[in-house]
Write a protein that binds this ligand. Structure first.
Ligand SMILES: CC(C)(COP(=O)(O)OP(=O)(O)OC[C@H]1O[C@@H](n2cnc3c(N)ncnc32)[C@H](O)[C@@H]1OP(=O)(O)O)[C@@H](O)C(=O)NCCC(=O)NCCS
Length: 138
């Protein structure tokens, strides 16, 4: 099976939006270039997003299709997203899957920039997941 990782494109957005709605992921205001997607034989099987807030980077909207999980695809996506960040701002995730983010070096955060606090409030109002705010320890 040919698995490729690439930057998101406009034509990916309808698929991403549909999955995000079903899986309770935040894809509000999605722009294709914020995404890294993974295709297997031309079918989109995974994606993740990095948001460039004024006060923080945010890894968001992580998804790997169920039959492809625990094969490090999510890890590869986060690594590709982190390569787009710089050390000028901290990196956060509002995590519905804390164990996954822990494996990547994120730790639970009590202090957070305004954009991340707003995101956490949104997630807790709209989603059933834990919505734990986590910060990357670099
Ligand atoms: C979270 C998600 C993106 C992880 O993708 P993935 O490709 O399966 O993750 P990886 O294979 O890179 O996992 C890396 C490590 O994270 C941890 N991890 C990942 N999924 C886990 C789970 N369900 N339970 C516990 N630990 C988990 C493990 O330590 C894993 O390493 P291991 O398999 O050697 O034990 C995927 O499970 C998913 O799409 N879940 C549904 C949507 C979701 O919850 N998104 C996150 C919202 S913030």
């Amino acid at each position: 099976m040919a698995v490729t990782l690439r930057e998101g494109r406009e034509e990916d957005l309808p698929v991403i939006e549909a999955v995000a709605q079903r899986e309770q992921l935040d894809s509000r205001g999605a722009r294709p270039e914020e995404y890294v997607v993974v295709e297997e034989d031309g079918v989109l099987i995974a994606f993740g997003r990095v948001l460039d807030h004024p006060d923080a980077w945010e890894i968001a909207c992580m998804y790997v299709s169920p039959g492809r999980r625990r094969k490090r695809i999510g890890t590869r996506i986060v690594e590709a997203l982190l390569a787009r960040t710089d050390a000028e701002k901290p990196v956060y995730a509002v995590a519905g899957a804390p164990d996954f983010f822990t494996s990547l070096g994120f730790v639970p955060a009590t202090e957070m920039p305004a954009a991340i606090r707003a995101k956490a409030d949104y997630c807790r109002r709209h989603f059933d997941d834990v919505c734990l705010v986590m910060k990357l320890e670099r």
